[in-house]
Design a protein around this ligand. Structure first.
Ligand SMILES: C[S@@+](CC[C@H](N)C(=O)[O-])C[C@H]1O[C@@H](n2cnc3c(N)ncnc32)[C@H](O)[C@@H]1O
Length: 443
């Protein structure tokens, strides 16, 4: 069923362009309730990233820490920019690394808000939609299997018309054009008939009850972006945050000032495939032609936290375990990996968790090594992290990460448990209790 919500469009654009004060008050009132959900927060809500953490908590931590010292903040796994935006709201300078090219672009565009004139964004979007409607024709892309599974021909035709109109916009690196890119990207799942829980893998066999009409969804998204830009500009969010397309294991980056505080959440060793998570969006934009392309375009750049990784790279367990960086946890890690290597032979899928787990901790060891060179001697690091149990083999993730951090020169670590977790290992059942929390590293 295609649904629309014209009524929401009535708020824009004239109120935003001509009566910014009123809009701002309305917006503040709308947001005065709970702030725990990022999807209710300005700019954060432009793109749902379920791998992200709470912006509200980050902001509180920044404000608490900035009472006693000047802060220069780093998020080496920036994702969609939660830490960066929270730092902007608190006027604290912040740098982020993100090496997933598509996710990086989303964070980058979100941070452009201070360079945008809201009324120009609205006017450009109106011209774009006019052009898209004029050029609307049957889609030529139904032969692409994922698009075929996810869209009705009508919706794909409209999305393609928006995409073609976007390509016709003039300057390539114009921030307005980049915002338009984000608005189209952000409606792709809500306009799909497939079960596409936001930011999860696509589930074409599950049909959604509510499917948005693309032109309306686009206008609503732009309206939301316009109102948020007005809000944050009036509330004088900072301009000092930037996200860099860099690998946290080896960022090759020299900050002008070392970092005081790191707030981050790395991938967990739980087989979540960050590359696959953007398959629909990257397919739509023509950046990949199928699942196979994900390894070369995305996965090879990421922390090796899923078995697709280790399978594609044909890793050798012994070789990884010999790495000096793993020395502090070598005995326990080797045990776990050997157990996984044996269990694997009894399983149909024969997943390469044994090499994935070794490679994961090797990667995180490298991250701590580079963080040691980037952080001040009295810095604090906060890693939101969860433990894992592939094939039921328990991995004490926070303990091993803490030990890797001590080995490169950090002084102490402690763990603050936030919640118990049930496992989400795909097609695997085990009863190992898991948890998630904050790993605090000092020094
Ligand atoms: C748990 S998510 C972080 C989400 C973030 N806290 C937020 O709220 O948006 C982990 C992120 O690390 C990124 N990542 C994976 N490997 C990386 C690497 N080697 N360097 C930098 N980022 C990486 C992933 O693409 C993913 O976006």
């Amino acid at each position: 069923m295609i649904i629309s919500s014209h009524s929401q469009l009535n708020l824009f654009p004239t109120e935003v362009a001509n009566n910014q004060a009123l809009t701002s008050v309305q917006l503040k009132t709308a947001r005065s309730g709970t702030f725990t959900d990022n999807m209710k927060l300005p700019i954060h809500r432009w793109f749902r990233y379920s791998a992200g953490f709470s912006a509200d908590w980050v902001k509180q931590l920044i404000e608490h820490k900035s009472k006693t010292r000047h802060l220069n903040l780093l998020d080496p796994f920036a994702g969609c920019g939660t830490t960066l935006l929270a730092a902007q709201a608190s006027q604290v300078s912040c740098t982020g690394f993100e090496t997933h090219p598509f996710v990086y672009k989303i964070a980058h565009v979100k941070l452009l808000y201070w360079r945008i004139e809201a009324s120009v964004l609205w006017q450009t979007s109106e011209k774009l939609i006019e052009l898209a409607k004029k050029q609307l024709k049957p889609t030529q892309r139904l032969h692409i299997p994922l698009l075929n599974k996810c869209y009705t021909p009508e919706n794909l035709a409209k999305l393609d018309a928006l995409r073609n109109a976007y390509f016709e916009l003039s300057q390539n690196d114009d921030p307005i054009k980049e915002m338009i890119w984000l608005a189209i990207t952000a409606i792709l799942r809500s306009c799909s008939t497939a079960g596409t829980a936001q930011w999860q893998y696509v589930l074409p066999n599950k049909k959604k009850a509510k499917v948005l009409e693309p032109f309306i969804a686009f206008q609503e998204k732009i309206a939301l972006m316009v109102s948020d830009i007005v809000y944050v500009q009036q509330n004088q969010w900072g301009k000092n945050a930037s996200v860099l397309l860099k690998d946290a294991r080896q960022p090759q980056f020299e900050p002008t000032e070392l970092f005081d505080l790191v707030i981050t959440s790395p991938p967990y060793p739980n087989n979540y495939d960050y590359a696959d998570a953007t398959r629909l969006e990257m397919t739509f934009w023509g950046e990949i032609s199928g699942w196979k392309d994900l390894q070369t375009t995305v996965r090879q750049y990421l922390i090796r936290s899923c078995s697709q990784h280790s399978a594609a790279e044909r890793l050798e367990l012994d070789k990884i375990l010999q790495d000096q960086i793993l020395q502090p946890i070598k005995a326990e890690l080797s045990n776990a990996c050997q157990t996984l290597a044996e269990i694997r032979l009894t399983k149909g899928g024969k997943k390469t968790y044994h090499t994935m787990v070794a490679a994961y901790f090797q990667d995180l060891g490298k991250v701590f090594y580079s963080l040691r060179t980037l952080c001040k001697a009295d810095s604090t690091l906060c890693f939101v992290i969860g433990d894992a149990a592939p094939y039921g083999v328990y991995l004490p993730v926070e303990k091993w990460l803490g030990q890797l951090a001590l080995a490169v020169g950090f002084k102490s670590f402690s763990f603050e448990k936030l919640r118990d977790r049930n496992t989400k290992w795909k097609n695997r059942k085990h009863t190992v209790p898991l948890h998630e929390g904050r790993l605090w590293i000092e020094g």
